[in-house]
Design a protein around this ligand. Structure first.
Ligand code: PMP
Length: 362
């Protein structure tokens, strides 16, 4: 039995052990080809199967309607911050951004380089502890699109319901909660996510885009930065990150075998509750960052009463074998990332560690 670390990294993050074992078993001779997936031509039959299987598994798991296409791109979610306004912020139009954290800010700043943008709402004043209510959003019917970040990896907040923006295209950065629960894809004109949290290793960016929205894109942009280039070529315009897509496909098979997104959502709730219940029952020893109704089930953020105690907590957590519990370098504090592949036992062990630490230091 291999010894696996309790991995709470925010991304890249834990992958399912069974997927790693399968990749290991297939590494040298992929399904009788006598080579690894990494060595296959991206134009070969065996690779095409891997590629198309990953696309169809994602469509199935997320119940993606036929109105939408799945693309596998590169450049991370960060390149999407630029590709979205390049493609969809038409001259004379405005785009609105819902500001719920650092990643929304990055997306907004990038869009500003291409045209007129404004805030549909912002929770910055409250130190990004919350998600705005749907009624608080202010955007214009004529906007090119509304952009939101479904899960705020750094502050630990998450949207529970999404707005219905009618004819205004809704775009979501779902990097840190895609595949963690069922979503209604039909509400969105575009969804994007870097793979390195719930989907697989870094290097692949998943884009789910509505076909008619895709057709409305600007045309005077570089070939590689047009969504239509990749859509027309089944994400094989140039060499895709083949190994990453293979891993993504295997992660999707694993997710399906776990019972699909309903079952995964339930498991994620159970995992998060193991830790939030310790925070809530701690009489203020642990201080959750997010407002309760905005809490993320993926990134659980909290502080201790003093910087000294927090440091002691983080040091002891590390010594006890819990990896990745430090908050993001921009805000500090503590953060447990409990993505899909983090087992229930890891969260159980950490909640016990938290309880014990409080007993020892109260
Ligand atoms: N958006 C969110 C919500 C993220 O969490 C991250 C990465 N942590 C990014 C965007 C940036 O992703 P990438 O590193 O893939 O560019």
């Amino acid at each position: 039995q291999v010894q696996r670390t309790y991995n709470f990294n925010a991304g890249p993050s834990a992958l399912p052990l069974s997927v790693l074992e399968k990749a290991q078993a297939e590494l040298i001779d992929f399904r009788g080809t006598g080579m690894s997936v990494m060595e296959l031509s991206h134009r070969s039959r065996p690779y095409e199967e891997v590629h198309n299987q990953a696309i169809s598994s994602l469509k199935e798991l997320l119940a993606i309607p036929n109105t939408h296409e799945v693309l596998f791109l590169q450049g991370g979610a960060s390149l999407q911050f630029s590709m979205i306004p390049m493609n969809f912020l038409q001259p004379g139009k405005k785009a609105s951004y819902v500001m719920t954290g650092s990643w929304s800010e990055k997306a907004f700043s990038e869009a500003k380089l291409f045209g007129e943008v404004y805030h549909a709402a912002s929770t910055k004043e409250g130190n990004y502890r919350s998600i705005p209510t749907i009624n608080e959003l202010q955007y214009d019917k004529e906007d090119a699109y509304v952009h939101l970040t479904s899960n705020n990896t750094i502050y630990g907040t998450q949207w529970k319901d999404f707005p219905d923006t009618g004819d205004v295209p809704l775009i979501a950065d779902m990097s840190s909660d895609i595949l963690s629960k069922p979503i209604d894809v039909s509400k969105f004109a575009l969804i994007y996510a870097g793979a390195q949290k719930n989907l697989g290793p870094s290097g692949v960016t998943v884009v789910i885009i509505r076909k008619d929205f895709l057709e409305s894109a600007n045309t005077n942009i570089p070939t590689m930065l047009k969504y239509s280039t990749h859509a027309k070529n089944n994400s094989l315009y140039n060499t895709p990150p083949t190994f990453g897509i293979y891993m993504l496909g295997e992660v999707l098979n694993w997710a399906r075998d776990l019972g699909g997104l309903e079952a995964i959502a339930k498991r994620n709730e159970e995992k998060a509750n193991l830790i939030y219940s310790v925070i809530d029952g701690s009489n203020g020893f642990y201080i959750g960052h997010a407002d309760q109704d905005s809490r993320s089930l993926m990134n659980l953020t909290f502080n201790l009463k003093t910087p000294e105690l927090e440091k002691k907590f983080l040091d002891q957590a590390k010594q006890a074998g819990f990896v990745g519990v430090n908050g993001h370098r921009s805000i500090g504090g503590c953060r447990v990332s409990a993505y899909n592949a983090v087992p229930v036992e890891a969260c159980q062990a950490f909640s016990e560690f938290m309880t014990q630490f409080q007993k020892d230091n109260n």
